[in-house]
Design a protein around this ligand. Sequence first.
Ligand code: PLP
Length: 448
Amino acid sequence: MNQSLIEKSKQHLWLPFTQMKDYDEHPLIIESGEGIKLKDIDGKEYYDGFSSVWLNVHGHRKTELDEAIKKQLGKIAHSTLLGMTNVPATELAEILVKISPEKLTRVFYSDSGAEAMEIALKMAFQYWKNTGKPEKQKFISMRNGYHGDTIGAVSVGSIELFHHVYGPLMFDSFKARVPYVYRSESGDPDLCRDESLEELEKLLIEHHGEIAALSIESMVQGASGMIVMPEGYLAGVRRLCTKYDVLMIVDEVATGFGRTGKMFACEHENVQPDLMAAGKGITGGYLPIAVTFATEEIYKAFYDDYEKLKTFFHGHSYTGNQLGCAVAIENLRLFESEKIVEQVAEKSKALHLLLQDLTSLPHVGDIRQLGFMCGIELVQSKKTKRSFPPEQRVGYQVSLKMRELGMLTRPLGDVAAFLPPLASTTEELEAMVSIMKEAIHEVTSRES
Ligand SMILES: *Cc1c(COP(=O)(O)O)cnc(C)c1O
């Protein structure tokens, strides 16, 4: 029976971000999960070392979350948010505003991080139209940024490998640079920060009159390899956005909801965004809910008599889905009762020590970490920081080896990404790191 399921998957499915030829060689079908482990149809167990693509918080089959959905099902699964609301969407909004940076007072729901970013971009664009500065139409976005895969989100993204092919479809945006300390000439975080900020200021001096907003991931550029921003950088960007009257859109889709040891990563720098996108951990990894937060000032720019046509004409069929909102409420209740954010902050110190154990490996070039968001950059030469030839696919080989050893993750090029569920215990973290160590050791000693 299992073989026939594998055959079906090969015959009919087309998987996201997947070369299907790779899948056909290494098929995998998950059947169940319990705690921080997943089980495939052959009964083999794996640590969920990437939180099922950076989503999972409390582990799988968390009783309270399961129950919250069942309870909501006893009332209703879904009704629209166009022109009306529902009970859980309304209650969740109050909670979200309470836990988010102070200036963010409004929440606009959608179903994925990419949509939450699209919404932020469109809100920023229309904000200036509605407030009498229609010449502010352009965006500044960050090199190596990632904001999701719809065309608008791709336009402000900048990962050559994913985005190059769609170039002709994208709207233009000015590009600025987030410091990448490991790959910089000086290797000095303060210097990197100051250089990047100076460059950004030059761009703003020249173009701020035509710029609606700047979009940036919060504290860590995730998809481009877990590149952690140096201290003071995000706050510096905020200062410049304010100085040059440009809205700041902060993407917390990956970093939000405790992932970095704060509820939202911008708290590390006391940054108050004008617009903020969040998703991933919001439902504990259960259902697709995402949210765009806005300030009251932005909200008010759309509030007028209908004939003024200031309405935000945007929405999706499943916006504000009751089941999703109900499980998000329960998730956030558990954040409080189980002190998830404090726990991540505390356990990430232990994780830091565990990861230090990898520095002795001959091909581990850089270890980056903020909370439970970690990237281990593998290089051919530690001394010169020379990368492995891409065709060797070292990161991919390491992930296959980890799978064999009982842990799932997805590599980002030659960066092994480690984002365990936030509820992972220190013992579980230790077991996962030791699988990573063994896999990296085995593959890199073979490949070099
Ligand atoms: C995952 C991610 C997105 C896109 O979210 P989806 O729900 O996959 O559309 C956007 N921004 C960042 C920083 C992400 O990590």
